[in-house]
Design a protein around this ligand. Structure first.
Ligand SMILES: [Zn+2]
Length: 218
């Protein structure tokens, strides 16, 4: 059976639906127009003063609630790769334009143990194909050398302590003089992104901007 015919059969038995309101949609990965319009909220995140020397500009493509929150949850915690076509459509329809000055895109890495447990780094799955389509492939310039507990439950001082020496440069990675786009799925406290940006800047990166899929900042 050809792939096209197979997909028609799958669509007939499991009709694709909008990831938010579950209305039927034309093809796998599509959203209904209303939910897509409501979720598309590209914006600049106002960073706390302590992060400003490390991070140039931080952008988010939408807010961390509703559809984007459930897509990230499905992918990250339930390991449902079936969320990816809807994420890909969201990125494709975003108005966000990658700044041309960026030399290199770097994902926030997972610790090796977490990577083995999850089977993938969700940041690579979210952004990888989209960036490659724009000629900016992801480079694994950072490694995570320490596991941390859930940071959002910690006080700021505990968070800093926990993230101390949690990241380092990958062997052979060269970021000196480069303008880096650091990527993560969400930005909540920004502590993880700051820790990564600090390592990149120490290794000589000229500038570090941040792009996240969703932010819970106002
Ligand atoms: Zn909908």
């Amino acid at each position: 059976m050809g792939r096209g015919l197979w997909q028609m059969l799958v669509d007939f038995v499991f009709p694709p639906h909008c990831p938010v309101c579950h209305a039927y949609v034309e093809h796998l990965g599509a959203w209904c127009p209303d939910c897509m319009a409501a979720a598309q909220k590209p914006h600049v995140i106002l960073l706390p003063a302590a992060m400003q020397p490390l991070i140039g500009t931080a952008w988010a493509l939408g807010r961390y609630h509703g559809g984007l929150r459930s897509l990230i949850h499905a992918l990250k915690y339930k390991k449902k790769r079936s969320a990816l076509p809807c994420i890909a459509t969201f990125l494709r329809e975003s108005d966000f334009v990658l700044p041309t000055a960026i030399d290199m895109a770097v994902p926030v890495p997972l610790h090796e143990a977490r990577y083995r447990e999850r089977g993938f780094n969700q940041v690579e799955l979210i952004f990888g194909a989209w960036l490659e389509g724009q000629g900016l492939p992801l480079e694994q310039a950072l490694v995570r050398t320490k596991q941390t507990g859930p940071l959002y439950r910690m006080r700021p001082s505990e968070r800093r302590q926990s993230l101390k020496d949690a990241f380092s440069m990958a062997r052979d990675a060269d970021v000196s003089g480069k303008h880096i786009l650091l990527l993560d799925d969400i930005l909540t406290t920004g502590a993880t992104l700051s820790a990564c940006a600090a390592v990149l800047r120490r290794a000589g990166a000229a500038r570090v901007d941040v792009l996240v899929f969703a932010s819970d900042h106002r």
